[in-house]
Design a protein around this ligand. Structure first.
Ligand SMILES: [Zn+2]
Length: 125
C-alpha cells in the first residue's frame, strides 16, 4: 500500500478507534488491556504503544477521567467518560448516523437496485 493511503487509513481508523474508546468508556470503566482486546474483536490490532497515547490524549482533552486501581498486584488505570466526553460522543453519533445512512445504506440500496436491474437489461440484449 502506498505511503499516502497508509496515512489516510491511519487517519480514518484512528477516528473509529477513538469512537470505540469513548463508547466503551461511557458504558463502564475500561483499562487499556481490556480496550485492546475489545478493539481486536472489532478487527483493529493495536499495540499498547498506540492505544495508551490515545487514552492519554482523550484524558488530557477532558473526555476521559482516569482512576488508578491495583488488580492482582498490578497498577491498572481505569478510564471513564466525562460529561464533555458524552457530549462529544453524542455529536459523533449523529455524524456517524448521517455518514452511515449515506456511505453504507445508500450504497447498499444502489447495489441492490443494480442487482435487480441486471437480469432485465441482460434480457433486452
Ligand atoms: Zn466495541
Amino acid at each position: 500500500m502506498a505511503a499516502q493511503s497508509n496515512h489516510l487509513v491511519r487517519h480514518f481508523f484512528g477516528g473509529f478507534v477513538r469512537l470505540h474508546v469513548l463508547y466503551h468508556a461511557a458504558r463502564e470503566p475500561i483499562c487499556g488491556v481490556e480496550m485492546i482486546e475489545e478493539l481486536s474483536r472489532h478487527g483493529y490490532r493495536l499495540s499498547p504503544g498506540t492505544l495508551y497515547p490515545i487514552l492519554h490524549h482523550l484524558e488530557e482533552s477532558g473526555y476521559l477521567t482516569c482512576r488508578v486501581r491495583i488488580a492482582a498486584g498490578k497498577r491498572r488505570k481505569d478510564y471513564q467518560i466525562t460529561a464533555a466526553g458524552r457530549k462529544l460522543l453524542a455529536a459523533a453519533r449523529s455524524k456517524l448516523r448521517e455518514l452511515f445512512s449515506e456511505v453504507v445504506q445508500d450504497h447498499d440500496r444502489m447495489a441492490a437496485a443494480r442487482a435487480t436491474r441486471r437480469p432485465q437489461s441482460r434480457g433486452q440484449e
